[in-house]
Ligand binder design. Sequence first.
Ligand SMILES: Nc1nc2c(c(=O)[nH]1)N[C@H]1C(S)=C(S)[C@@H](COP(=O)(O)O)O[C@H]1N2
Ligand SMILES: [Mo]
Length: 422
Amino acid sequence: MRDHGSRIDELAYDRRRLRQYLVGEARADGVERRTLLKLLAAAGGAAAVGVGAAAPATAAGPGIVKPLPPELFTVRGTNAESKAASWQGTGLHTPVDRFFVRNHTSTPLLDPGSWRLKVWGSGLRHGRESEFGLDELRRLPAVTTEALVECAGNGRSHFTTQQGEAVSGTAWGLGAIGSGRWRGVRLADVLRKAGLSRNAVDVQPRGLDAEYLTADGANLGRVRRPLPVAKALHDVLLAYELNGEPLPPDHGYPVRVLVPSWVGIASVKWVGDIEVSDIPLYSPWNTDFYRLYGAAYPPEGSAPLSRQTVKSAFELAAGAEFTVGRTHTLTGRSWSGAGGIASVEVSTDGGSSWRRARIQDPARRDNWVRWSVRWRPESTGDTQVLARATDTRGNTQPDRTVHNTQGYLFNAVVRHPVRVVG
Ligand SMILES: Nc1nc2c(c(=O)[nH]1)N[C@H]1C(S)=C(S)[C@@H](COP(=O)(O)O)O[C@H]1N2
Ligand SMILES: [Mo]
């Protein structure tokens, strides 16, 4: 941890002030936008030091409703990571019993009868405001979308284990991802019914889970993040079913936003209201968080994160054992936010030689493919297996991901340790 010396008090104060500004409890009249962005950039760096220091609230364990058996999940603070080994043989979509959970606080139990979605804001015609009950949403045309939900921090721990770099945030392996068949209504249909105006620029869904407190006690308010109206109208769903069942409580019951191909934070769970704005909106989730900060990035950070990167995972436990001289089948999955997966190469000798894996599924946008490769290890000992995917846009996983302080978008090839035994 860096030593902030005598700056520490002003630093903490300044972060609080910025956060108050961000939740609308402070004003910045007359401040130039450029200045504000610089301040926000500084707060992002500070948050990267502070947020990792302790998990927020619920020291008593995760506030997750579904069972989290150790063969399916690794519990990380308020979150549960899916074990990639448990995906083996489960089909294209992730069964709910092993779908990862990322909760800023804990899963709220909402009553579907009294639940309402309020749509409001300056981006509606005549400043109108509408409410929709669950039955009303269900009467609108239903659509089904197959899509991944993947945390922006998926793979984050490998910045440290593989690149020796410090990052803040939940130390996920590659299991902060799940693939679902989501059914619901188009957000576009709901926005149009609510009287979307031509002047709307941002659409900001907000969750009904508790307000989020950072490790140092700043209240950031309820989870919310603006979406550009173009994306909101393009392919975003208000989903009420996952894999043919009502949404489970942990995944947003009764209704969540589902934003295909974007970082998971965009897919706001337990949505209670949607602000439609004719001016750009900021929240901590598109300023302090979910931008890239660090030596390789400008002081104000990157643009807010949107599309996911390309990744691969073996359906294997770390340190899995294989018998020497026998033929084994290694299986895994690859995916990309930019398109389908075109090819996957696997190395079973620590990265010296590569061969093509057999891909089982057609390349699909917003979803992953399953693949397999045969392996007959010839000597005992510890080694590493590696998988490297290329998507239909030509993006390939690099050997190294450029560092960012909050450890987002780790897309490098992961060196998966295995042991060959006699
Ligand atoms: N209301 C609300 N929505 C939320 C979150 C949250 O804590 N509260 N977490 C976000 C993050 S960071 C991710 S990665 C996804 C995780 O979705 P899942 O728990 O259904 O897998 O939900 C997003 N939506
Ligand atoms: Mo996330």
